[in-house]
Ligand binder design. Structure first.
Ligand code: ADP
Ligand code: ZN
Length: 678
């Protein structure tokens, strides 16, 4: 079967996503491949589909048991024979895998890298006829990355031993990691390499300045009630207080952080994976193990560490391609905290400088004046146009030439020898009378009272933005006093000007991003009913809801409202196996009671042969008692009709062979007419 047909028939997808086809073609052709694709880009399909087309079993090396089990479950749900050998297996599961291997029916075998350290495994793989190796999360071979898994280093050995093509997949794209992957997995020989862009167009991007952050998070969550989301928090304590606040507001929320014991962490991971609509308030410890495709939103209650971590964390949302929302909160304290964290870290000086740079890139994004996505993707080396799908595209910010106030602020800092924080500097600019100003005689400075045209709040926003543009940095040796950076010199000297946002000052108490429903108001009740059916079926099966159908598929059902199995088969995500297992149940939700069709006919749903079958059936009914209605009644079985419908290059002789002379006499001419119509 060609790749396109497998894509629809087995996986239920109408088209390849960006970049998938090239990778699939290369993998099918047996090339060594390295594919770098953003999270949610659809990497798994790029080895799962070729696995069905190549001879032998495909060995998939994947770092996490939970992910493997999920993929195996997903594959079985679409009718593909797959299994995993993990330490979490029951005896029966392991036996079934072995049986499938021995019989040569298993298409995909998932395995943790640790298995490779036992010589027995390597020999077993040699014996069972492996057709190719797929490596998920290939960056785990990188000794420098934070996901390093020493056993990944054995994969190169496995490839040499089996001498089969290897396809490696990762979402981590920096050049060093790539070089290491090629060295460790491909013995330094450049594989066919595919780099897909970083854009995740279905994710809406938004930042807000903190202003009553708890209320901001609650407002954001309230507008997305019932949808699965993650709130990333800077501290363990905050994960707990926020989860409580959300529960008090009648959400279902729990917390997750590295201080919890392993058992409780696993419980949260499992609940999140399976339940529809759970919110997890977590530290960044909630990370790689999450493979849930239908996370509808991600909020940051605190500023992430760097632009890379921001991208990775928001990237967990919307992997199924359906709309997803993000909101990142930040404030001057976050900036101070992140700077301090870098300065106090143990990294060598050049590494610290690089980290400041990556934090600057994130702050630049937070304080951006134009399209967020453009700013983000430009950082990753792309050259996009404005996206129309971020808060700044939704509502362009009001800006003003802030050169004069910025110079005032810099001058206030310099004239007090860079020993003070924003609070005191603002008091000076506003001409306030405080004890501190009195004691230090700061009321005699030339900058005293020169900034009265702005309010205290406005000055705070200006200082925050100055920190965001890295014009001033808190100095830990001076208890956080603000010091000017080299970036600020041209502005101070009058050689450069600077534009800042005005609305982030005035709209700090904004109404939050606009609520985006998954479907229109008109389709919403049907969508809820479809979700309820999905939940019911998932609970019966004891698996996560998205294994039945993902959100994107339900959205399409709610919008297109298929009224029979043929129309149902045309929905994205509905392959042959799922149509068979769940088609009727969901049709009943959409269209009420469904006319029962013969199982033979159901198998043809969504295919041209289905319509041919219907016409054959009609012709047969007409001819039941012969052309004149006077003969002995005769009718074909459903399976005979299905065979006829699928007949290629039909002629009278072929029909006789298939149906027997008696039936061919009665129905042959009429059937041939139908078969030759198209
Ligand atoms: P990744 O591993 O790259 O993060 P996955 O392989 O988990 O992404 O795929 C993410 C989601 O996209 C899954 O729900 C998958 O079913 C879906 N998907 C993959 N390819 C397609 C496609 N061609 N059309 C529609 N959905 C797809
Ligand atoms: Zn935009």
């Amino acid at each position: 079967m060609p790749a396109d047909k497998l894509l629809k028939d087995v996986f239920g997808f109408d088209a390849f996503r960006d970049g998938q086809r090239e990778i699939v073609d290369a993998v099918i052709a047996g090339e060594n491949t390295l594919a770098i694709m953003p999270t949610g880009g659809g990497k798994s399909l790029c080895f799962q589909l070729p696995a069905l087309m190549r001879t032998g079993v495909t060995v998939v090396i994947s770092p996490l048991i939970a992910l493997m089990r999920d993929q195996v479950r997903g594959l079985k749900a679409v009718g593909v024979e797959a299994g995993a050998l993990t330490s979490g297996n029951t005896e029966e599961e392991t036996e079934a895998v072995w049986a499938g291997l021995e019989a040569g029916t298993l298409r995909l075998l998932y395995m943790a890298p640790e298995r490779l350290s036992s010589g027995g495994t390597m020999q077993m793989l040699r014996r069972v006829g492996v057709g190719m190796i797929a490596v998920d999360e290939a960056h785990c071979v990188s000794a420098w990355g934070h996901d390093f898994r020493p056993d990944y280093l054995r994969i190169g050995e496995l490839r040499r031993l089996l001498d089969v093509p290897l396809a490696a997949f990762t979402a981590t794209a920096d050049a060093e990691t790539q070089v290491e992957i090629i060295e460790k997995l491909f013995d330094g020989v450049q594989p066919s390499t595919f780099l897909r862009g970083f854009d995740r167009p279905n994710i809406h991007l938004a930042f807000e300045v903190k202003d009553g952050p708890r209320a901001q998070i609650l407002t954001f969550a309230a507008a997305r009630k019932g949808q699965s989301g993650i709130v990333y928090c800077g501290t363990r304590a905050k994960t707990e207080t926020l989860a409580k606040a959300l529960n008090d507001a009648r959400h279902t929320a729990c917390s997750y952080h590295g201080g919890m014991d392993a058992e409780n962490r696993r419980i949260v991971e499992r609940r999140f994976q399976q339940e529809d609509g759970l919110i997890v308030c977590a530290t960044v410890a909630f990370g790689m193990g999450i493979d849930k495709p239908d996370i509808r939103w991600v909020a940051h209650a605190d500023l992430p560490k760097t632009i890379e971590s921001y991208y990775q964390e928001i990237g967990r949302a919307g992997r199924d391609g359906a709309p997803a929302e993000t909101l990142t909160l930040f404030g001057p304290d976050d900036i101070r905290y992140r700077r301090q964290q870098i300065d106090e870290g143990l990294a060598p000086a050049d590494r610290r400088a690089a980290d400041h740079g990556r934090l600057n890139a994130l702050l630049g994004l937070a304080e951006a004046l134009v399209c967020r996505r453009q700013t983000l993707l430009t950082y990753f080396g792309e050259d996009p146009s404005p996206c129309g799908h971020c808060d700044l595209c939704d509502k362009p910010p009001e800006t003003f030439d802030a050169t004069t106030p910025v110079r005032m602020a810099l001058s206030a800092a310099l004239r007090t020898d860079e020993w003070f924080g924003a609070g005191h500097l603002i008091d000076i600019l506003l001409g306030a009378k405080t004890d501190k100003i009195d004691q230090r005689g700061h009321d005699s400075l030339p900058t005293y009272g020169v900034g009265k045209e702005f309010s205290k709040n406005q000055w705070q926003a200006i200082f925050r933005q100055m920190m965001g543009h890295d014009l001033m940095r808190p100095d830990r040796d001076r208890y956080g006093a603000l010091r000017m950076t080299d970036h600020a010199r041209p502005i101070l000297r009058g050689e450069a000007s600077i534009t800042l946002r005005r609305d982030s000052i005035r709209n700090a108490k904004g109404s939050g991003p606009k609520v985006r429903q998954l479907v229109s108001e008109e389709d919403a009740p049907l969508m809820s009913a479809l979700k309820a059916k999905r939940r019911f079926l998932a609970e019966q099966a004891g698996g996560p809801a998205y294994i039945i159908f993902n959100d994107k598929t339900l959205i399409e059902m709610a919008e297109k409202r298929p009224s029979n199995l043929d129309e149902m088969a045309a929905i994205g995500g509905v392959g042959a196996k799922k149509l068979e297992s769940f088609g009727k149940a969901f049709l009943e939700v959409i269209a009420g009671a469904v006319e029962d069709v013969h199982p033979m006919r159901r198998k043809l749903a969504g295919r041209d042969e289905g319509a041919v079958y219907d016409r054959l059936l009609a012709a047969q009914t007409d001819l039941q008692r012969g052309p004149d209605g006077a003969d002995k009644p005769m009718s074909c079985t459903a399976s005979m009709l299905a065979k006829v419908a699928q007949l290629r290059n039909a002629d009278q002789a072929g029909l006789s062979r298939l149906m027997g002379d008696k039936y061919a006499d009665r129905f042959g001419d009429a059937f041939l007419n139908i078969l030759q119509e198209d």
